[in-house]
Design a protein around this ligand. Structure first.
Ligand SMILES: NC(=O)c1ccc[n+]([C@@H]2O[C@H](COP(=O)([O-])OP(=O)(O)OC[C@H]3O[C@@H](n4cnc5c(N)ncnc54)[C@H](O)[C@@H]3O)[C@@H](O)[C@H]2O)c1
Ligand SMILES: [Zn+2]
Ligand SMILES: [Zn+2]
Length: 364
């Protein structure tokens, strides 16, 4: 057992408290990771703002990377000293989906319950159990995760970069390459240019999409979008569909929503040309259905695709993305606008609520 500083959500307040929590030793099949860095993702904000219900109290953070400090019995994939990226959807490796190479729709994972495969958690506070968000809880100096949720990467990838590969980058890269399967030379529009939207833009540049149209309310975000690969930027407004048609002729081949707002998700079909694909990446609050004109969608042969974690297979995709970074093809470091200590996590969420900062990363 050891003590660690962590950002704890009590289940009601939208502000996190920095507290000392107890971290148990890793049991069979589990890995103790000393956190190097944790990104501050829009999904953490949804939880703090009460958009989604979750077991609590919770140690927040699901976008993390660090060093293996100890391994439990039977662990063979990683060794002490390895650098790992944590996956917020650890695969069970046994269900039909896992056996079919589709770990992203694993039915045996208990990540969403925020527990280890045996239903336990390694975190507590004065005898009270604490849940690590999505079985990661990266806003803490230590995490205990299942072996299948700790993916070894080359030691020369900095932790701040590696942490972002664990959520926003994998989500954006996978939404573009797996879910949309964007071809070189095809047009794309990205509605919302925060951490996830900018990750989509980087991946679109990598695969050679053209034009790449970034949309946001914030001038700061649109500037970052241009830096990372957008060929055009459009300030969000009621004339968005007209602006996209002006730039693409008949609508984009691909449209991504990366905010999580009902209205912008509903606007997606109007941004794409007949036969185009609209990809929902942003996540709205729970129990908020969207309205789609199904007749118009079907008659124009448009597709509406839900994208979760970019259909990432962590063991395949994290090392692949890390190598793209090392090869200079995916400038993940340029997504990081702020490196902060754990104590400044609430300021990072407040800035996010105001639409500021590309990505804050907590560095331990
Ligand atoms: N599908 C997945 O697997 C997955 C993974 C990670 C995050 N997400 C979701 O993606 C969404 C974005 O996350 P993020 O970390 O990038 O958050 P973020 O806050 O960094 O980005 C949101 C962006 O949307 C912009 N925005 C807000 N309202 C707007 C509007 N009306 N029009 C245009 N732009 C607007 C903001 O200025 C900001 O730049 C969240 O809903 C998050 O939960 C989904
Ligand atoms: Zn499985
Ligand atoms: Zn995330």
């Amino acid at each position: 057992m050891r003590l660690a500083r962590a950002a704890v959500h009590d289940g009601s307040s939208s502000a996190l408290e920095i507290q000392s929590v107890e971290v148990a030793d890793p049991g069979p099949g589990a890995v103790l990771v000393r956190m190097g860095a944790s990104g501050v993702c829009g999904s953490d904000r949804h939880v703090l703002d009460g958009d989604w219900t979750l077991p609590s109290p919770t140690v927040m953070g699901h976008e993390g990377a660090g060093t293996v400090e100890a391994i439990g019995a039977g662990v063979t994939d990683v060794a002490v000293g390895d650098h790992v990226i944590l996956s917020w959807f650890y695969p069970c490796r046994r269900c039909v989906a896992c056996l079919s190479g589709k770990a992203y729709v694993c039915t045996g994972s208990r990540s969403e319950e925020c527990v280890l495969p045996d239903g336990s958690t390694a975190l507590s506070r004065s005898g009270e159990r604490i849940f690590p968000y999505l079985a990661v809880g990266s806003m803490c100096e230590y995490a205990v995760v299942p072996e299948s949720g700790a993916i070894r990467i080359p030691n020369d990838v900095p932790f701040d970069v590696a942490s972002l590969i664990g959520c926003s980058i994998a989500t954006g890269f996978g939404a573009v390459t797996h879910d949309a399967a964007v071809e070189a030379g095809s047009s794309a529009v990205v509605v919302g240019s925060g951490g996830v939207g900018l990750s989509i833009i980087m991946a679109l540049k990598l695969v050679g999409a053209n034009p790449i149209i970034a949309v946001d309310r914030s001038a700061e975000k649109l500037e970052a979008a241009r830096r990372l690969g957008a060929t055009h930027t459009v300030e969000a407004g009621p004339d968005l569909a007209d602006r996209v048609r002006e730039l693409t002729g008949n609508g984009a081949a691909y449209a991504f929503e990366a905010i999580g707002r009902v209205e912008t998700i509903e606007s997606l079909p109007g941004l794409i040309a007949p036969g185009g694909k609209a990809i929902i990446v942003g996540l709205p609050p729970q129990d908020t259905p969207v309205a789609i004109d199904a007749l118009a969608l079907a008659e124009s042969g448009k597709s509406l695709i839900g994208s979760n974690y970019g259909s990432t297979v962590p063991g395949r995709d994290f090392p692949r993305i890390a190598e793209l970074y090392l090869a200079g093809k995916l400038p993940v470091d340029e997504l990081i606008s702020h490196r902060i200590p754990l104590e400044e996590v609430n300021e990072a969420f407040d800035a996010m609520r105001r639409g500021e900062r590309a990505r804050s990363v907590i560095v331990f």
